[in-house]
Design a protein around this ligand. Sequence first.
Ligand code: CP
Length: 321
Amino acid sequence: MRHLLDTQTLDRQTALRILDIAEDMSDTQSREVKKLPTLRGKTVVNLFFEDSTRTRISFEAAAKRLSADVINFAAKGSSVSKGESLKDTAQTLQAMGADAVVIRHSASGAPRTLATSGWISAGVVNAGDGTHEHPTQALLDAFTIRKRRFGADSRGRDLAGIRVVIVGDVLHSRVARSNVWLLTTLGAEVTLVSPPTLVPQNVSHWPVRVLYDLDAALADGPDAVMMLRIQLERMNAAYFPSEREYSRTWGLDAVRAAALPRDSIVMHPGPMNRGLEISSAAADSPRSTVLEQVTNGVSVRMAVLYLLLAGERDEERGRDL
Ligand code: CP
């Protein structure tokens, strides 16, 4: 794998390969093997033009657990504030020896530009670009759904027949887009639930069902309910109902969560707006996978970095993590 830019163009075989390698990585972590020598001598640059807690830190943890060196770059406090361009910033970091660049940027398409412009030779991973995609979030979400459903028998399995309801601010959500493409590629049935003003105009071209009534969607007894963060920082006030109305109509409160089938899981990519899209009772309940998603994110990002930086080499001589 040369780059990971999106899930829309990620084929089923590659997606399953990432999830299966993430299972191997997860096994090594649970055996308390804290560090693997796999990426010794490689350098991973975290190039973050937008804030992040989970994604940036888990890429750092993933790279370090594979023995890579990590350089963390945050636009705040850097020469970006003096007007330095993406090209010059990336080339500066490449000159310090970057083998892979993990980029988060407010502009949709920035990771693809970096990967295809010829500015740098490093592999590029999209860690979230504008409202476009967040592919490793969708991979860790698929991993979590598969793990909860199949446990130790997860390897090689897709998500055929699994029903996922994604709820909330779909319009601004790169997490929703990446999940729609990946989950449906893996065979899941996806329903989007959102206020009409927070549904993208081109949704009729997506392989999903769209509902506006959360209670109707939950009455079908989905296997997973994924709540999206309301992105107040990207919201034009004209688009958004009041927070109280939103929470009452589209929020996952304790009553809605308790009415789900026993094995249904409640997911959220974080950070959560507790009391707005999800209540604390739902977020902290036994059916919540919020913290499992974070843990699984490290294994999935280890798998992605492994495939980017060592996959071809190791597959030529038979994989041995
Ligand atoms: N889910 C997610 O991308 O979280 P961060 O913004 O904290 O990385």
